[in-house]
Ligand binder design. Sequence first.
Ligand code: SF4
Length: 259
Amino acid sequence: MSWDERQRAMLAEMGFRLPATASAHAAAADVVETEAEPEPIVVAAPPPAIVRVAAPAAPSHFTDLDLPALREAVSACRACGLCEQRRNAVFGVGALQQVQWLVVTDPPDEADDASGEAFGGNPVNDSGRLLDRMLLAAGQRRVAGKDGEAPTAFVTPIVKCRPPRGRAPQPGELDACEAVLARQVELLQPRLVLAVGLQAARRLTGLAEPLGKLRGRVHRWRGLPVVVTYHPAYLLRSPADKAGAWDDLCLARRTAQAS
Ligand code: SF4
């Protein structure tokens, strides 16, 4: 199956209505033009603009840990108050070598907290299934394929422990847990960060703007390009915005290839 055919199949699964003759990329552009969109989307983006360069990683007690040791340290971590009510920390899942995309999502929800795994564990919930389809449409996967294709993306939340009652994490909690994310980046060495959801996007861009204003451009976090997109749970509620999500994935793909 060609790249274009694979994209078309994935887009169809994501809920796009594709013209019979157009390429997958052009079809996505058609959807942008014909479906209701809250904001204009630039499909053929100019060279990425860097809007923020974050400070280098601060020393922490996670420094020098390898991935198994880091996972263990996170499961026992008490570096912020979120440890008090968590059932399980959510370290993340996906490729452990030759990582292309690091997908950083909003904090764990109740199902993640119960299972200790992103998107409810195995099998993943509806949000996880949609995220997997979005990644596959962009040529990425977080689990090995049936034909032995290796995973290329690692998915992890912006904080590893669920905030009580699903509230947004506080600045001190985000600061504390950034040391874990920074060490994951050092170990996994992804080419690109995809920020999925408002809380992940605001933290990684350093900008307190609506998600729509953070999309469509390339930010920087710890030297890595960051592209922002919608959380799949939001897309399940607002399927018209899948067209915008597809644009974000195209921007991420172009950016990763250029980095
Ligand atoms: Fe540690 Fe992060 Fe959990 Fe806070 S949220 S206790 S820093 S793993």
